[in-house]
Each structure stands twice: as C-alpha cells, then as structure tokens.
Design a protein. Structure first.
Length: 136
C-alpha cells in the first residue's frame, strides 16, 4: 500500500496525533519537524500524507477553523437566516443570571436551596434593573 493523501476537517488533536474521518492517526517520528504543522486545531481543514501503515508523515493546514467560521457568517449575512441577536430583555436576564449564580452558590446549603435562592435573586435583580429599586 502506497502513501495516502487525505484532505479533511480535523475532528480532534492531541500531542500524539490527529483524528480525521473518525480515525486517529499518530504523528510519525520519522517525519521532518517542519513537515507536520503542530498548530493544527480541531475544525481546521488539513491535507495529511499518511504512510502505508497510517502514520502522519506530513500535515499542512489548508484552512483555519476561525477563517471558516468567518466565511460562513459572511455568507449568512444579517438576514433572518443568520444568528439572531439578543434583545435588551434577554441580555439583561442573561447578565443577571451570570451575576446571581456565585451568590446563590455561596449561600445555599444544598441543590434545592441553591435553585430557590437563585430564582429569587434573579427575579429581584431583573426587577431592580428594569423597574428601579423594588424596595422603594
């Protein structure tokens, strides 16, 4: 079996190799140091040259994942097909939950108490932000 060239999206990476098309391929110790681009990340499109036994002999990143995401976002545009932005009420509630979680964790004895305190705290903070001081 001769060397095989694969161009695919990298699914996962670790210090020993890459996973593409559902299979792990380890980096060859016989490859030149510059032949394998060790900056490859999951989501990158790479061209991989495999030995006859499946070892990665050469790896070249063809397209970075961040570049792919930027191109996809540009293709979607600002229309209804694109990701929707949070409106002001959703953003407020999200920020309030982010603030309230560590406070509720600190004062809760168990999980049920945590959920009760979190709900009460979030409701109070949302009322405070949207309507002013609820205590007067």
């Amino acid at each position: 079996m001769a060397r095989q060239v694969i161009t695919a999206t990298v699914e996962a990476v670790n210090e020993r190799g890459v996973k593409v098309n559902g299979n792990w391929h380890n980096f060859s110790s016989y490859a030149n140091g510059s032949d394998i681009d060790r900056t490859v990340q999951a989501g990158d499109t790479a061209e991989i040259v495999l030995t006859s036994t499946g070892w990665v002999r050469k790896l070249t990143v063809k397209q970075r994942a961040a570049t792919q995401k930027a191109e996809q976002a540009a293709q979607q545009g600002n229309g209804a097909a694109g990701a929707r932005a949070l409106d002001a009420a959703q953003y407020t509630r999200l920020r309030v939950v982010e603030i309230a979680v560590p406070i509720a964790v600190h004062f809760a004895e168990d999980f049920d108490a945590y959920l009760t305190r979190l709900g009460a705290l979030v409701n109070w903070l949302v009322a405070f932000v949207e309507e002013g001081d609820p205590l007067g």
